[in-house]
Design a protein around this ligand. Structure first.
Ligand code: GLY
Length: 397
């Protein structure tokens, strides 16, 4: 008896590790493609450094084919310096660090911006990575001020952070806002002030309650009544219809709840992420290469445009989700992410060197209903692609 127990105990960690390792089983061919794509990304962004005027940030491509840039108040301003940090981490080339620092000097002032919910994207992508990679604690003060600014948009009656100040909405909250919560969970860890994480958890809980349909697809915009917290409208802004599933929104939700589980270990967030992943991966409108159409209900499927940014965000999220799940499920998420990355590394989606205004990926959609950024590169598609490639290399066993 005792002998059996002894051997069982010896074997247990091996069994667990085997299950875990399986989820991240290395695929040598994809690892090779990932390195090639990262090297291409580094060369593209070396070109980008000289292509972008000093006082602005790269955003996309204009209709005339020229580089579209943004000022620092635009929601995507943090992605370019964030990607540049990832490329520094990969290449150790000091030119990337210098470029990240140069562009962060521009973005830094946004720490005081209380008119946007996007401070997580804008500040945590560059400054969070800077802190993680350099260990320079000077970035903490900037991030904590940013978290404080973001917190001013929280309404306790509703239990959410307000997304937009524009439009005729009363208190609009968009699914994208899940992505900004990591800045707040970090801020509680860094400062000891529980307020930040409490806001993040409350926002995530209210979003579970009101943003999702029975099939775990999500609405884009929920408009709340600030007087009593009631839901006034369930709408779309960038999707095909109020009742449709806008692809990037589904990817933001997947990434957001996976991240919230990592940050809090609250099983409700893990379950939400698993349900969203299953909605995405079981969707009959998902193409064979797993790069989604811009909306899962686009009327012109299979001729609808793809949204590569939704694919890149989902790939990065699924790699992480596979680490929090086990056996068959973990394997399924990992394999799906591999398929997405393999597709993104192919000539169908990866730019040719020196082309595409030096962005890495082709074929994203910003907002089709507004005829804005349609079938173009987008700075955040590049950010989550590079992140996913680095995660794939780091977590492959
Ligand atoms: N957060 C805005 C977008 O995904 O387009």
């Amino acid at each position: 008896m005792k002998k059996n127990l002894f051997f069982t105990m010896l074997l247990l960690p091996a069994i667990c590790m085997q299950t875990y390792a399986q989820a991240g089983k290395a695929n040598r061919e994809l690892l090779r493609k990932a390195d090639e794509a990262l090297q291409l990304a580094a060369r593209q962004y070396k070109g980008m450094m000289t292509h972008v005027p000093d006082a602005v940030l790269p955003r996309s491509t204009n209709k005339d084919g020229s580089l579209m840039t943004s000022n620092t108040a635009w929601w995507t301003s943090g992605f370019y310096p964030g990607t540049t940090w990832y490329l520094y981490e990969y290449t150790k080339d000091p030119a990337f660090k210098a470029e990240a620092l140069k562009r962060m000097e521009l973005v830094k002032k946004e720490q005081y911006n209380t008119r946007t919910h996007d401070l997580g994207f804008m500040m945590y992508c560059p400054f969070g990575n800077a802190l993680r990679i350099t260990g320079d604690t000077a970035y903490k003060a900037i991030l904590l001020t940013s978290a404080q600014s973001l917190s001013t948009r929280f309404n306790a009656t509703i239990g959410c952070i307000k997304s937009w100040d524009h439009g005729t909405w009363k208190f609009p909250v968009i699914i994208d806002n899940m992505m900004n919560l990591e800045l707040l969970t970090w801020a509680t860890r860094a400062s000891g002030d529980k307020k930040f994480e409490q806001i993040a958890r409350t926002h995530a809980n209210t979003t579970i309650k009101n943003h999702f349909r029975k099939d775990y697809s999500s609405y884009h915009v929920i408009d709340y009544d600030p007087a009593n917290g009631a839901v006034l409208q369930k709408k779309t802004h960038q999707g095909y219809a109020d009742s449709s599933a806008w692809s990037r929104g589904q990817a933001w939700g997947l990434y957001g709840y996976t991240m919230m589980y990592r940050e809090t270990k609250d099983k409700a967030y893990l379950n939400q992420a698993r349900h969203i992943a299953d909605y995405i991966l079981n969707n009959p409108a998902m193409p064979a290469d797993l790069i989604p159409y811009w909306d899962y209900n686009a009327p012109d499927i299979p001729n609808a445009l793809r949204d590569v940014s939704a694919g890149a965000v989902a790939a990065s999220a699924l790699l992480e989700l596979s680490r929090f799940t086990s056996k068959t499920e973990a394997q399924r998420y990992w394999t799906a992410a591999e398929k997405m990355l393999s597709s993104l590394c192919s000539p169908a989606y990866l730019a040719k060197e020196g082309e595409n205004n030096h962005f890495i990926l082709l074929h994203s959609v910003g907002s089709l209903p507004h005829n804005s950024e349609v079938d173009v590169p987008l700075t955040y598609a590049d950010y989550y692609f590079v992140e996913a490639l680095l995660r794939y290399k780091m977590w492959s066993k």
